[in-house]
Ligand binder design. Structure first.
Ligand SMILES: [Zn+2]
Length: 114
């Protein structure tokens, strides 16, 4: 078991920081073993990279939904927007798939910290 800093991110996730100290078992070999122990927990004001990516994609979904709302209103006034709406709906499906992949990665990462 070796000691590392751990970052407590603004999103509530943890990330491993710098390596700090070997445990007695691995001290002689100079290698780090697979087990990580927390030396210090350092609060960080930013979110982890995964959550930043998820936020960005969620923001894009909201923007697409806004556009679709606007296009529906234009359609009601007789302006043909069905192709734009369909394309935007495809974009949303892609984004939602990407978000669920990222959420999965996030849950996998958290599982390694327990
Ligand atoms: Zn996070």
């Amino acid at each position: 078991m070796c000691f590392y800093d751990q970052y407590q991110m603004a999103c509530g996730d943890h990330r491993w920081g710098h390596f700090r100290q070997h445990c007695s078992k691995e001290y002689r070999t100079g290698e780090t073993c697979g087990m990580k122990l927390v030396m210090n927990t350092i609060p960080k004001s930013e979110k982890c990279k995964l959550c930043v990516k998820i936020d960005t994609k969620r923001g894009r979904v909201y923007k697409e939904e806004d556009r679709i709302d606007r296009w529906y209103k234009e359609e009601q006034r007789g302006i043909g927007r069905s192709a734009s709406i369909a394309a935007s709906q495809d974009t949303i499906v892609t984004l939602l798939n990407e978000i669920s992949d990222l959420e999965y990665q996030r849950s996998q990462y958290q599982a390694t910290l327990r």
